[in-house]
Every structure is written in structure tokens, then in C-alpha cells.
Design a protein around this ligand. Structure first.
Ligand code: PLP
Ligand code: ZN
Length: 368
């Protein structure tokens, strides 16, 4: 059942809706019948958590056997963190976690044509899985998006619609087009979050079904924060893990509406101004699920950290020197992780991730 976050109206899962009649956001009310016994002999991809993924029939699954990315220890000075290598997903970012579940669901619903808007990676991901599913897709992007991401979207055969102006202008254009075509938005669509939740399942399995103490995640539109919190909560409710980790959300100082609301102890976010940043992928001035992101982080006992441009560039260089080529937005999370680890306990188990591959922004001026 899909339930409106504003007016609590219910919608059956067989109905192709992505928002409520009242305009509210939908959440999926879903209790997985997952148990550890079911895992024996299954392939090491994210569909091994099959009973936890809200797609009815296997024949609708749209997959590249993605997921179960390595969880590697990486040293930061005298401290250490465990880093999921999510830059290794088929389209080059963790967005594929959400997309494999969303596109499978859309195939199940018989949808033939979709549109999506994105600053880059979500568009690449939706375009890749649409190609695999044989679904036609239009991707709306700001004209300023990274040239290699635009090339990637085009190469998959998606129709690329470049919009002059801000990321918000792109969202507005997609919004208008959504009157005529199904809007497969990674921000609106609740199925996307039931894909990103596999981050939590994989981390717990890779730590022998123990939850970490802390997870450090990006906060732009919050697809990982909200997804991971759903995942950890499901595992906790199933009795598979004994506690849920605290979530530390990372924003860039250039655009940090959620961190500002958290610091001011507000329950609702207000639109933030947006200054130029090298971590374009998380600079969201008005995330539509902003209040939900705040709720997840508060409930987890976590907090938010905002990082400066110089720290992002430094984190990028440090990771590259250790053999990890990640994109600038991904480096922002590592800058925040570096900051967090300074105050972390010596026994604290801290998990984070590389969100996107460096080849996505290899044309970046900082690399010239
Ligand atoms: C999408 C993305 C993020 C931010 O995720 P949100 O869901 O917007 O919070 C971070 N890094 C990369 C590489 C991304 O593609
Ligand atoms: Zn409603």
C-alpha cells in the first residue's frame, strides 16, 4: 500500500501513482518477509534480499546483477572507516540501487514511457535501466551538467532534454512534462528508496549481521539517508540487528538547508541559497523530502556536518593518491567523514561509501 505523508490517503500498489491527489509525497507501507535462512546459495547481488524488495514477480526484474559492492577498510590518519565501493555500480553511482527496484516495479505496472530529471547520475542510471527494460525515457538535465554524464545518458539511447538555468528550473520543466508521461523521479517515487535501502542490508551482512555504530551519508535529496534508514529499521524490526546506527548527514556549506534546519532545531526546512560548489550532485537548495531526511537523522540520534570547498578538493586528492578515483560530489562525503572521524571513538565502527566514479567528472577543471 502507498500512503500519503500529508493526508494519509491510501493507494494500492497496482496503481501507477507517484504522488497523492492532494500533492503530498507517498511512502510505501511494506513489511518484508525476509529471513537470513533464505540467503543460502543466492547470488551476491542486491536481489539476494528478494523478499525485502517490493516487486511481485521475478519476471519483471530489471537487473545487471548489481550490488553487493566491496566494503573496504580505509585509513584516515589514526582512525579507520569501512567504505562501500558504490562507485562500481553499472552506471557508475549508487543510484543503481534505487533504479533497479524502481524500473522493475514500472515494468510490472506495464509502463512504457517515463521521464526523469537529474543533475546527472540519476539520469544516467534511469537511462541505463530503461535501455535494459526496453522502456523509452526522457531525461531532463541542467545544460551545465558534466559533459561526460550528458554523453553517457545519450549513449544509452535516452532522449536528453537540456534546460538552461538552475537545477530547480530543470525540475520545473520535468514537472510540467509529467502531465503527459509517468514521472520516474528518484526523489518522489517511494520504490526508489526501497532500492537504496539495500545499502543497509549489504552493510549489515558484510559485518556478519551486526549494525555499524555510525553511517556517514550524503544529503542532497536524501535518497541514501531515507533508504538506509528504511533498511536498518526493517532489519531491526525483523530482529536481525540489535540496534540501528546513528546517521551523520553530509552537506556542502555552499548549499545546506537540512544542516541549517537541524542546527536551528526546526522541524521543517526552508529553501537555502546556493553558492557555486564542486560537489554539484548534493547542492539541493530545497529537497522535497527535506523534512523526512531531518526526521530520519534525528530519530537515529545523528547529526549533520557541512563541508567547505577546500576540504572537498583535499579529500578528492587524498583518495586518488590511495587508488580510489571518485567524483567530486563523492569526495564531499569523504571530507565530512574525515571531519567526523576526528571526534569518533577508537572502537566506533564507522561506515560510509564512495557514491560515484571519478570517470564521471574526469573533465573537471581541478584535474587539469
Ligand atoms: C545522488 C548523489 C549524491 C547525493 O544523494 P542524494 O540522494 O541527493 O542525497 C551523492 N553523490 C553522488 C555521486 C550522487 O550521484
Ligand atoms: Zn495526500
Amino acid at each position: 500500500m502507498l500512503i500519503c505523508r500529508t493526508c494519509f490517503a491510501p493507494y494500492p500498489e497496482t496503481q501507477p501513482v507517484w504522488r497523492c491527489k492532494c500533492g503530498g509525497l507517498l511512502d510505501l507501507d511494506f513489511n518484508p518477509s525476509f529471513s537470513l535462512k533464505k540467503l543460502a546459495g543466492r547470488a551476491f547481488n542486491l536481489w539476494r534480499y528478494r523478499e525485502a524488495l517490493p516487486v511481485k514477480s521475478d519476471k519483471h526484474i530489471v537487473s545487471f546483477s548489481e550490488g553487493f559492492t566491496p566494503l573496504l577498510p580505509v585509513a584516515f590518519g589514526t582512525k579507520k572507516a569501512w567504505i562501500k565501493q558504490d562507485q562500481l555500480f553499472p552506471s557508475g553511482s549508487y543510484k543503481d540501487r534505487g533504479t533497479t527496484v524502481l524500473l522493475s516495479k514500472l515494468k510490472e505496472l506495464g509502463i512504457r514511457q517515463i521521464l526523469e530529471d537529474s543533475s546527472g547520475n540519476a539520469g544516467c542510471s534511469i537511462a541505463a535501466y530503461s535501455a535494459r527494460a526496453g522502456i523509452s525515457c526522457d531525461i531532463y538535465v541542467p545544460a551545465t551538467a558534466s559533459p561526460s554524464k550528458l554523453a553517457q545518458i545519450r549513449a544509452y539511447g535516452a532522449r536528453l532534454v537540456q534546460i538552461e538555468g538552475s537545477r530547480e528550473d530543470t525540475a520545473a520543466a520535468a514537472w510540467r512534462a509529467s502531465a503527459k508521461m509517468y514521472y520516474a523521479s528518484h526523489c518522489w517515487n517511494p520504490y526508489f528508496f526501497h532500492g537504496t535501502k539495500t545499502f543497509a542490508y549489504e552493510v549489515c551482512e558484510q559485518l556478519n549481521w551486526k549494525a555499524p555504530d555510525t553511517v556517514v551519508l550524503p544529503v542532497g535529496n536524501g535518497t541514501l539517508v531515507i533508504g538506509a534508514w528504511i533498511g536498518f529499521t526493517e532489519l531491526f524490526d525483523l530482529g536481525i540487528i540489535k540496534k540501528r546506527p546513528r546517521i551523520i548527514g553530509i552537506q556542502v556549506s555552499a548549499c545546506n538547508p537540512v544542516a541549517q534546519a537541524f542546527a536551528a532545531r526546526q522541524l521543517e526546512i526552508t529553501t537555502a541559497e546556493k553558492k557555486p560548489t564542486i560537489a554539484e550532485g548534493i547542492a539541493t537548495s530545497n529537497p522535497i523530502r527535506g523534512n523526512q531526511i531531518l526526521e530520519c537523522i534525528r530519530e537515529s540520534g545523528g547529526s549533520l556536518i557541512s563541508v567547505e570547498e577546500a576540504a572537498i578538493a583535499a579529500a578528492f586528492r587524498q583518495m586518488a593518491r590511495e587508488g580510489f578515483f571518485i567524483e567530486m560530489t563523492s569526495a564531499a562525503v569523504i571530507a565530512g567523514l574525515t571531519e567526523y572521524l576526528k571526534t569518533a571513538g577508537t572502537k566506533e565502527k564507522v561506515v560510509s561509501l564512495f557514491t560515484g566514479h571519478g570517470l564521471k567528472t574526469a573533465d573537471h577543471p581541478l584535474l587539469k
